[in-house]
Design a protein around this ligand. Structure first.
Ligand code: NAD
Length: 361
């Protein structure tokens, strides 16, 4: 199966992206460049010190700090943040943090029209997509809207040095999952395949160095480059079974976002490798292994990734329900989905088995 499509469409949002250690010190200048005066700085409660440092650094270009972001962007939190935004006299948003912080900035931008500058501190990649997931009454829904795409992304490797190694590994595998599923996406195009391949290559090369020395700025910078590439793929093409399962496990069973991706990746890609012919060849080449499920397992183990859903708090009794949810409103997938095979895949991932039921590929 050839990966080249003779006809394709490619669209790209007008996003300004900068990579440089210390680029956060230009945040005020970027606010001005957007034609704005005063930014509201958004973070999680855990990163409020980082947000205050940035606010101080921005001087007159900062209106204040809003440290309210939470995982999965709960709508009641956004509503509370909206009240505060109304009192802060800001004309743009600056998000400093991971996917949760970017989620709140996107939710506020959707409701106010304020432009966004993002300083990512994980590899989740949300800053590179026009996608927003929000949770209300225990249900997570996703929307795609050009209005939530941040206008400016500042990748500062100094900011991500504090990300603990275990979170670093999980977040990196989360990013790699966007690229892996992008390679076999139904609406892939030659550009998305280039981006996915280069993103995977960056993590393959730099993540082991980051794990050896989390303060290595060069390796951190290369992983951020990988995160941007992989996130751009996520914003460009549709995702498949891997993302659907992670959405179900996180949204309905409360499993942690990045860690769930990290566990599932070896199983879902092995499962789909049997139905994707040459489309995963870039991964086979990058990992120098014809069996991509095996290659991902070796790589994930080598950087100490979590192996089993049961270690993340998943109950065995909930696996059948998760399989049912994955089958309802299923995403398009290159391998036709049979409920018992999906359940078998989940059982393998729950137990942390060496091989999934997908077989070699
Ligand atoms: P996160 O943003 O929740 O961060 C995890 C934890 O790490 C938080 O407590 C955070 O404060 C802390 N942290 C982040 N960076 C740090 C740093 N440099 N140093 C120390 N601590 C740091 O987790 P995430 O995995 O980045 O994002 C997950 C969320 O993003 C989910 O809600 C997911 O649905 C969403 N997401 C959305 C998209 C999209 O395109 N819409 C893409 C990916 C993820």
């Amino acid at each position: 199966m050839s990966s080249f499509l003779p006809e394709f469409a490619f669209s790209q949002a007008a996003v300004r992206v900068r990579f440089a250690p210390g680029v956060r010190h230009d945040t005020g200048a970027e606010v001005e460049r957007l034609g704005c005066r005063r930014a509201i700085v958004i973070s999680t409660p855990g990163q409020v010190a980082m947000a205050h440092d940035l606010r101080t650094d921005m001087g007159e270009f900062a209106a204040g700090v809003l440290p309210l972001a939470q995982m999965h962007t709960p709508v009641p939190v956004t509503q509370e943040a909206m009240l505060q935004v109304g009192q802060m006299d800001g004309d743009c948003l600056v998000a400093i943090g991971g996917g949760s912080t970017v989620g709140l900035a996107k939710a506020l931008s959707l409701r106010t029209g304020l432009p966004q500058i993002v300083l990512p501190t994980t590899y989740a990649g949300s800053e590179a997509t026009p996608v927003l997931g929000q949770t209300e009454d225990g249900v997570k829904t996703t929307l795609t809207d050009a209005r939530v795409q941040p206008q400016v992304i500042l990748y500062d490797a100094e900011l991500i040095r504090s990300l603990p190694v275990s979170t670093t590994v999980a977040s990196a595998l989360n990013a790699m999952a966007h690229a892996a599923e992008g390679l076999y996406a139904r609406d892939r195009n030659p550009i998305s395949t280039l981006l996915a391949t280069e993103g995977l290559r960056a993590f393959r090369r730099a993540l082991p160095d980051v794990c050896r020395n989390p303060r290595d700025l060069t390796a951190r910078g290369e992983t951020l480059y990988g995160a941007w590439l992989c996130g751009t793929v996520l914003g460009q093409v549709g995702m498949a079974l891997h993302h659907k399962l992670c959405h179900v496990l996180g949204g309905s069973f409360g499993l942690p976002h990045a860690e769930t991706h990290a566990v599932m990746l070896r199983y879902t890609i092995a499962f789909n490798a049997t139905a994707t012919g040459a489309l995963l060849d870039p991964m086979r080449e990058i990992f120098d292994d014809g069996d991509v499920g095996h290659a991902l397992a070796i790589f994930a183990d080598s950087v100490g990734a979590p192996r089993a859903l049961r270690d993340l708090g998943m109950r065995e009794a909930d696996l059948a329900g998760a399989a049912d949810l994955a089958m309802s409103a299923a995403y398009w997938n290159p391998r036709p989905l049979i409920r018992d095979e999906v359940l078998g895949l989940l059982r393998s991932a729950w137990a942390g088995e060496d091989r999934s039921q997908g077989g070699r590929g």
